[in-house]
Design a protein around this ligand. Structure first.
Ligand SMILES: Cc1ncc(COP(=O)(O)O)c(C=O)c1O
Length: 398
């Protein structure tokens, strides 16, 4: 018997937390990447030239030949012991502190760490402080839990910690503060050394948790790295990291390091997101890191992104009209443009796509509608030989 399809307005069945386009912004950006012929400075994707194709293939062949089971099996929710140890060792080498066994868990990317912390801490109406501007995925995660989001501005030295202190003194009571201290997305700036300890002290004094996102920490263009917030305050900081920008995002692999009681809650929360991060990615990463290959890849990636960044900055310098400013990143994937007063970056983004250039308007990186005069430019994925042409087209529109 033929079934007559019913046309239904599903909107009224959707949960309230999904209304208002909470999840659409990232999808819109990803769509720009797919338009053929567009020179895209839009998405923060790694350059496929950094992907370790042959070594990944070699490791997969080894797993198959040696009859290894764990790479193909379910893993414990916290993570497999070997990969946990490999990540703990890296944290010890790069941040000077090794998490205890009950402080570390492996996640399906840093995005999952945001989800787990949200599930564990946030009731509707709870207050989260974010940097203005900040990572869109974090805004979406916090809004998805019905949290109120308050914004503290950043400058060339990252989060304005003195402004945060003023707001706390005036009665601001967050549960959580979200920060990207190194080569921030979207602004490309880093939190200065002098502001790090005071930020951790504020968390201790006012009783909130710091969520430190270190997605770009290992992609500095120089040798210098500042102490992580987690190494300064392992009692008040959850650190989320990812292998997406340093290994490859196809494995969807990250970690969270947190005080033991929090870590235990995150593991519980993970039991009904994905139960465990993919074991295959965990084992690939473990072997890759143990053989010293990650260091080699990192050195090549840093050099590649540095070259692209320099090329983009030089093109901006050459072509942009007076009154346009931009940040000079010391690492990561992004620079942040400030257009002359009264500009409309959303309109510019539309015109830019018509002219064959993808950019992201600044307003999507704010919780409160600011950023209308800002643009995020990502230099990570764009073809190096197209950078000059893309920036010239953008400058012509301005
Ligand atoms: C600041 C920041 N955090 C987290 C992520 C997501 O990382 P993952 O791929 O591990 O989920 C990104 C990716 O763009 C990012 O820019």
């Amino acid at each position: 018997m033929a079934v007559t399809p019913v046309s239904r307005a599903w909107d009224e069945l959707f949960a309230a937390r999904t209304r208002g386009g909470v999840g659409e912004a990232i999808a819109d950006i990803l769509a720009l990447l797919a338009v053929p012929g567009v020179i895209s400075f839009a998405g923060g994707f790694p350059d496929p030239r950094t992907f370790p194709r042959e070594r990944a293939a070699q490791l997969l062949a080894e797993f198959a030949e040696t009859g290894e089971a764990s790479a193909f099996q379910y893993a414990p929710t916290r993570g497999l012991a070997g990969p946990l140890d490999a990540i703990a060792r890296r944290l010890e080498t790069t941040q000077g502190r090794r998490p205890d066994d009950d402080e570390l868990l492996i996640t399906s990317g840093a995005i999952e760490a945001l989800e787990l912390v949200g599930k564990t801490f946030l009731d509707a109406g709870d207050l989260v402080v974010v940097e203005g501007p900040t990572y869109l995925g974090a805004l979406m995660a916090f809004r998805g839990f019905g949290a109120e989001v308050a914004t503290v501005p950043i400058d060339e030295d990252g989060l304005q910690v003195d402004e945060l202190e003023r707001q706390l003194a005036a009665g601001l009571r967050p549960k959580l503060l979200y920060s990207i201290p190194d080569h921030q997305n979207p602004a490309g700036v880093s939190l200065s050394g002098e502001r790090r300890e005071p930020l951790v002290e504020l968390a201790r004094r006012h009783g909130f948790l710091v969520f430190e996102d270190v997605a770009y920490r290992e992609l500095g263009f120089g040798d210098d790295s500042l102490p992580s917030l987690w190494s300064l305050g392992p009692d008040v900081v959850v650190q989320a990291g990812t292998t997406s920008k340093t290994f490859f995002p196809g494995v969807r692999l990250g970690w969270a390091a947190a005080p033991a009681p929090i870590s235990a809650r995150l593991v519980s929360a993970k039991q009904n997101t994905d139960q465990c991060a993919g074991a295959l990615g965990q084992r690939l990463f473990e072997e890759y890191a143990r053989r010293g290959w990650l260091e080699e890849q990192l050195a090549a990636s840093r050099a590649l992104y540095r070259t692209k960044c320099e090329r983009m900055l030089a093109a901006l310098e050459r072509t942009m009209p007076a009154g346009v400013q931009w940040t000079t990143p010391g690492g990561g994937f992004f620079s942040w443009l400030t257009l002359p007063e009264g500009s409309d970056a959303e309109l510019l983004a539309k015109r830019a796509v018509e002219a064959g250039v993808g950019i992201v308007p600044g307003s999507v990186f704010f919780a409160d509608g600011r950023g209308r005069e800002n643009v995020r430019l990502s230099f990570s994925l764009v073809d190096e030989s197209a950078i000059d042409e893309g920036i010239e087209k953008l400058a012509a529109l301005l």
